[in-house]
Ligand binder design. Structure first.
Ligand code: MG
Length: 260
């Protein structure tokens, strides 16, 4: 299985290929030529991708739409998170002082590539999927509801943990994937990706009809039922067997500021 991460060492920052306990520098996400080797234990993983945009699907699992009292939409419900919200595996989710209801949303992440995707028919969408990762679409639910549009509620710095790495599409048995979210060790979400209302082909066709997806862009494909609140001190993990475990601690905003 090929695992591609982004990492930082004292002398390097960029993509890398993980093999066992070693990570090799890569010139780009799509490069197959290994550069210098580093001990995995001695580098810091960064957010697994560096997208030009993060495209998200809302209400893509029936039971989740129902739990928040929403109707299922006739077409995919699309919104964006800013790249400034990206966070690495084991980075801290900062609980904003201006929200009192921050939720986890475990999701399958799709990485576009190696070609740009524009007006892609659903049946050809697989050719534009480079790989998969785990995403937590962290959401200030109170601000999302109050604002009507979702930019603020979804867009805080640290509200998009992604990783710990990307697994190439060829190495994944898609039909077997389950998205599981654990809060302080307790399973809160657990659903098959086959329960998505709009499958990946339909999402990519819908999005690329109006927007070019660039190589490296990230799609968060929607969250299953079981969303719920985080607290400062919570440990949340999004786990997808065959991909990885994305783990993040929540810290209060004041505490985060004090440790900068
Ligand atoms: Mg979501």
């Amino acid at each position: 299985m090929t695992k591609i991460a982004r990492f930082r060492s004292p002398a390097y920052q960029g993509f890398g290929l993980i093999e066992g306990e070693t990570i090799f520098e890569l010139e780009s996400l799509f490069s197959t030529t290994r550069g210098s080797a580093h001990a995995l234990a001695e580098v810091s993983l960064l957010a697994a991708c560096a997208p030009s945009k993060i495209v998200c699907v809302g209400r893509n699992y029936r039971e989740h739409a129902k739990e928040l009292g929403n109707e299922v939409t006739a077409e995919p419900l699309i919104f964006l998170k800013p790249p400034s919200s990206l966070l690495a595996h084991e980075g801290s989710i900062v609980y904003p002082a201006i929200s009192g209801n921050v939720h986890y949303e475990g999701e399958l992440g799709v990485i576009i590539g190696p070609r740009p995707a524009r007006r892609v028919p659903a049946a050809e969408a697989g050719n534009y999927i480079f790989g998969y990762t785990c995403v937590n679409d962290v959401t200030a639910r109170d601000l999302q509801r109050k604002d009507g549009q979702w930019t603020r509620g979804k867009g805080f710095d640290t509200f998009c943990p992604v990783g710990p790495w990307i697994v190439r599409r060829e190495d994944v048995r898609f039909d077997d994937l389950r998205v599981r979210t654990l809060l302080d060790g307790e399973v809160k979400q657990d659903a098959s990706v086959l329960d998505m209302i709009f499958p990946l082909g339909a999402i990519i066709a819908f999005v690329t009809e109006f927007m070019t997806l660039e190589p490296g862009d990230l799609i968060a494909t929607g969250t299953p039922a079981g969303v719920g609140p985080l607290q400062a001190g919570s440990m949340v993990s999004v786990e997808i067997d065959g991909i990885g475990v994305l783990r993040n601690r929540v810290v209060a905003a004041q505490q985060a500021a004090a440790t900068l």
